[in-house]
Design a protein around this ligand. Structure first.
Ligand code: FAQ
Length: 311
């Protein structure tokens, strides 16, 4: 690759300019973006499944309408992100095939099951809360189409986080059994939410280069710490206990210290081990196959339109 082009590219990144689809970029930068953006898109789409599971069992019309809107938003986020990745020269079919064949990852968090209604609250509060913490800095990521997609995504995620917290507030102010459901959901979702930020910085192979290229603006550990610090007071307000005996305020550091994360569990979830992961990919493949007639009809319609236009 031409040294002059590379130097000019790096200078633009260092000056916080956005790189746009037709600009020159190193091949490794393009590959990293396709990897991260497509995996982000897959996470949004697979992420519709655990909550979609509860649409038919929401306890009231109001809760059902809120959840339906949220799950549809996640589908929209996936579509913006696939479009952003397509501007880098990859195709939708390739990305979907990578997901279905297991070549591409999606967030570990969606390999956990949603066992009861309180899980829907915990997902909004913790999973969307973690997603916002990670995505706010991505509004300033160096690739323009990704950064711009993040602006709308973050606004919608804020609504998602609030609806989850509101759902849990209703439960903790209800019957003791309802408060116990909320505590049980927090117990199961807390550690997986911390794992969403990825491996620790000293074990994160992509971080150093992604930070240099300003694809990532903050490291995995920095974002995880910010999430813990923001979330502990929210748990206190709910009257729920975070399931970590080592969690304590560090006066000197001005942050919460927290216990050791079970990284074996994280890597098993990344590898897609366990029944829930198999269920997720089976559901995505079925949705793709059952949607074939829609893609065929759209293609046939476009061919007719083009033929008419040519006539
Ligand atoms: N799960 O070197 P690093 C949402 C992989 S939010 C699975 O640190 P990087 C909203 C990583 O890909 C969730 N794999 O990698 C929602 C890499 O493998 P690779 C989605 C993970 O890229 C809420 C390897 O480990 N958000 O969907 C995970 O620099 C509710 C080494 O890791 C995003 O994707 C993980 N948790 O940093 C939807 C945000 N962590 O690719 C529905 C954008 C790491 O080399 C309902 N992505 N790995 O084969 C990012 O910010 C980054 O890609 C990180 C990972 C921080 C996830």
């Amino acid at each position: 690759e031409d040294a002059g082009l590379l130097a000019a590219f790096e200078a633009r990144v260092a000056a916080d300019e956005f790189i746009e689809p037709n600009d020159w970029m190193p091949e490794a930068y393009r590959r990293t973006l396709v990897r991260q953006i497509s995996q982000h898109a897959h996470s949004e789409i697979v992420g519709m499944l655990p909550e979609g599971n509860w649409l038919t069992r929401a306890p009231s019309l109001k809760r059902k309408a809120i959840l339906l809107a949220k799950v549809q938003d996640e589908g929209g986020h996936g579509l913006y992100l696939y479009c952003a990745a397509e501007t880098l020269g990859t195709s939708r079919e390739d990305m979907i095939d990578a997901l279905h064949s297991g070549r591409a990852k999606y967030s570990t968090i969606f390999n956990y099951p949603t066992l009861n209604w309180a899980d829907i609250g915990a997902i909004g509060w913790l999973v969307d809360g973690a997603a916002i913490m990670n995505q706010v800095p991505l509004q300033r990521t160096s690739y323009g189409p990704y950064a711009r997609a993040m602006v709308r995504v973050c606004k919608e995620e804020s609504f998602h986080q609030r609806q989850g917290y509101d759902l849990l507030l209703a439960l903790v102010n209800g019957l003791p059994e309802q408060k116990a459901m909320a505590q049980d959901a927090l117990n199961r979702w807390w550690w997986p939410a911390l794992m969403m930020f990825g491996p620790p910085d000293d074990n994160s192979p992509n971080s150093a280069q992604s930070i240099r290229w300003r694809i990532k603006r903050e490291t995995n550990d920095e974002l995880r710490q910010k999430f813990v610090d923001a979330t502990v007071p929210q748990a206190e307000l709910l009257g729920l206990a975070i399931p970590d005996p080592d969690l304590r305020w560090n006066e000197e550091g001005g942050h919460y210290d927290f216990g050791a994360i079970q990284w074996d569990e994280f890597y098993a979830a990344v590898r897609g081990e366990g029944p829930t992961a198999r269920e997720r990919i089976t559901a995505r493949r079925a949705a793709w196959d059952e949607g074939a007639w829609v893609r065929d009809a759209a293609t046939a319609h476009e061919a007719k339109r083009a033929a008419l236009a040519a006539a």
